[in-house]
Design a protein around this ligand. Structure first.
Ligand code: PLP
Ligand SMILES: N[C@@H](CCOP(=O)(O)O)C(=O)O
Length: 463
């Protein structure tokens, strides 16, 4: 298995090199040169595997022998031993045709832990094997940062700097990041929004001299390994709710911001998992809903919502999807990305839009509907959804057809977003690990939303 860039100027690189490169050196995103294909017979063999066994079966296809199987098994077992349930990502039935795939049982109570616990182990594995210093740089709207810090704190030979938008993450998310006082962790609280943070780190990764000089590595979903790890729970959920030989139409509804999680579902489908519809749920920052429904990808005014982790306009994985929807045409991807840089929009033709609409449905969930969905399910089923998961459920209700079953991704624990939960008049009990955060000392550095100021901080920190 080799990896290549969506822009065509990086190709033939192996798994570890793809992991370490993060953003492709030509500014594109890395994807596997061929998507591994899983036959129906193979799927049936995987049906009864434990979560970690399924991870190993899927990862082997992508790692392609670069990590010996025994070592890979150890990395996987250490990664998922930190979860509060052996099922790792259990599935709950909410009503007849609606299931929740709970992705928040890891250390920081968000779906990011599923990939980032593994990436923490993998960075440590590479640092130990090669003696290489690794300097991680990431941007977060709240969850990726907390999860990456939890996966990498205190790790020998590794430093991690996370940019988050000041005042635009939830109180718990901020505390999860800034109460980690290990020397290898730097939190930069940036004036601006998540898109500003993401744009600046992409600029730094695109400066190849800077990237090489400071040995920069990525933990955001620009790193293909994040996507790979997130495909596993689509398979796992499918096996939990179907019988062998099932012909049921199974949809997945995915709360979406950076298009990483739903792209993992798209990849699982292309690998051979019989997913019927991928339902893309957004909040009022609905660039992706507008793209799917109208064929125009154009950022709008940034809005602060009840689901702050999805307050994203420019979705970093969108380019990966463009690669596939153009028929793996790297020249057309480059031209689309150039149009976006110059004109601030991408417009696709009706033939391409028909392909998009055959693969995805989309619904933008307004704030009121998000809160109503939380209240409704709390009253009717006694299940407390976090505001991101509520967007997924609300979109599932809008987009699922008759005789279809939908698995909606529960991407975070409600305790992380009490700001929205309390607006519904609901008083929740916090898990101890979250309740304890407010007694801890915090450390973070405030910076202007200015690349030069951030670069100075990084040079001092990375050394
Ligand atoms: C709780 C939660 N739900 C959904 C999302 C959106 O996921 P993605 O960015 O992969 O589309 C995020 C952030 O990424 C998140 O933190
Ligand atoms: N919602 C995310 C934004 C970053 O997304 P990523 O999946 O590319 O890391 C967050 O919580 O930080």
């Amino acid at each position: 298995m080799k990896y290549a860039s969506t822009r065509g100027n990086v190709a033939g690189i192996g798994f570890i090199d793809a992991f370490m490169m993060g953003l492709a050196n030509d500014g594109g995103l890395l994807i596997p040169e061929q998507i591994p294909q899983v036959s129906v017979a193979q799927l049936e063999q995987w049906r009864t595997l434990e979560y970690t066994e399924l991870v190993q079966a899927i990862f082997e296809l992508y790692v392609d022998g670069e990590i010996p199987s025994g070592e890979l098994k150890q990395l996987i077992e250490s990664s998922y031993a930190t979860f509060r349930t052996p099922e790792v990502t259990p599935v709950q039935q909410l009503k007849d045709d609606l299931y929740l795939l709970e992705l928040f049982h890891g250390p920081t109570f968000a779906f990011k832990d599923v990939a980032l616990q593994f990436m923490g182990q993998l960075y440590s594995y590479v640092a130990t094997k090669t003696g290489q210093k690794i300097n991680i740089l990431g941007a977060t709207s709240g969850d990726t940062g907390a999860s990456a810090i939890a996966g990498l704190r205190g790790k020998e030979g590794i430093k991690i700097c996370i940019l988050h938008p000041e005042g635009k993450v939830s109180r718990v998310q901020e505390l999860q990041m800034t109460t980690v006082l290990d020397d290898n962790v730097l939190n930069l609280s940036v004036e601006g929004n998540f898109d500003d943070c993401q744009r600046m780190i992409k600029e730094l990764f695109s400066d190849i001299d800077f990237k090489n000089k400071h040995q920069l590595a990525a933990i955001n979903s620009i790193n293909f390994i994040r996507i790979m790890a997130q495909t596993v729970y689509y398979f796992y959920a499918y096996f939990r709710i179907t019988e062998p030989g099932s012909t049921k139409k199974i949809n997945f509804s995915v709360p979406t911001g950076n298009f990483g999680d739903i792209f993992a579902g798209y990849l699982a489908k292309r690998m051979g998992l019989p997913i019927h519809k991928l339902i893309l749920a957004t909040n009022e920052n609905n660039i992706l809903e507008r793209f799917i429904n109208q064929g125009v990808y154009k950022p709008d005014q940034f809005k602060m919502t009840y689901s702050p982790s999805m307050d994203i306009q420019v979705a970093s994985n969108f380019e990966r999807y463009l690669y596939y929807v153009t028929g793996e045409n790297t020249e057309q991807v480059k031209s689309f990305m150039q149009q976006f840089a110059e004109k601030g929009e991408i417009v696709i033709d009706s033939a391409m839009l028909a392909i998009v609409q055959a693969e995805f449905s989309a619904y933008g969930v307004a704030g009121e509907l998000c809160l109503q969905t939380i209240s409704k399910y709390n009253e009717e089923t006694n299940y407390l959804l976090d505001p991101h998961s509520a967007c997924g459920v609300a979109a599932a209700e809008q987009c699922a057809g008759q005789a279809e079953i939908t698995v909606s991704l529960a991407t975070a624990h409600p305790a992380k977003f009490d700001e929205a939960i309390s607006l519904c008049g609901i008083k929740q009990t916090f898990p101890d690990a979250i309740a304890e955060l407010s007694n801890k000392q915090q450390r973070q550095t405030k910076v202007d939303g200015d690349l030069a100021a951030i670069t100075d901080e990084l040079i001092t920190f990375y050394g």
